[in-house]
Design a protein around this ligand. Structure first.
Ligand SMILES: [Fe+2]
Ligand SMILES: [Fe+2]
Length: 206
């Protein structure tokens, strides 16, 4: 009978999954930066690309500290998120709407990473892997900052601009829109005064 796997094995498995997620993101982020129109959004993706490369390096240090081989294991979760972002980038949206969609896709990726690193830190603490816990914490802090940066860009105008292109100037905000014509696309219309959708500041794990 095969030997039962331990929490250490599960930890290393998660590390491999996360390493692969980071590798996939180093390929996806340049495409998202290229697709962005807002210079600030492009800069945010480019600077997080640099951080993402550092995340890969940090994970290598974690593997080394545990005397484990650096190896990725295909991460289906981030692959799905990246596929969705690619599908959005293939759409024919106006610039502001594309930027808003890129932010939404980017935040999905950041929050996925935050969930993965949150678990890794909790497990590292249980296993008393101090160095891995510290290294992973640094990365988690950067993922959170990247997520918050995207929220602030969205709230700082990109969502509003995208809403503006959905409702060109002159449209009366106080009147209900006419019912959509049969077969036409229905576009969600935010209520007047409604706040831009943002993500919670913290998704910290217990
Ligand atoms: Fe990362
Ligand atoms: Fe990230």
């Amino acid at each position: 009978m095969a030997e039962m796997k331990t929490r250490h094995d599960a930890f290393v498995d998660e590390l491999r999954d996360t390493d692969d997620a980071e590798q996939q993101l180093t390929k996806a982020l340049p495409k998202m930066a290229k697709a962005a129109t807002s210079p600030n959004l492009r800069a945010a993706f480019e600077s997080h690309l640099e951080e993402t490369r550092e995340h890969v390096t940090r994970l290598e240090k974690v593997f080394a500290s545990l005397d484990e081989k650096v190896r990725g294991k295909h991460c289906d979760g981030i692959a799905g998120i990246i596929d969705e972002a690619k599908a959005v980038m293939a759409e024919d949206f106006d610039d502001a709407t594309m930027d808003a969609c890129l932010i939404a896709g980017g935040q999905r990726a950041e929050q996925y990473e935050m969930a993965a690193y949150g678990s890794l830190i909790a497990w590292a603490r249980v296993l008393e892997y101090t160095e891995p816990a510290d290294l992973v914490q640094q990365t988690l802090d950067e993922e959170k900052a990247a997520d918050e940066k995207l929220s602030s860009l969205a709230e700082g105008g990109i969502n509003q601009q995208a809403a503006g292109t959905a409702h060109p100037e002159g449209a009366d905000e106080d009147e209900d829109p006419p019912p959509p014509k049969k077969g036409s696309k229905v576009v969600a219309r935010p209520k007047k005064g409604a706040k831009a959708v943002s993500t919670p500041k913290s998704t910290r794990r217990p």
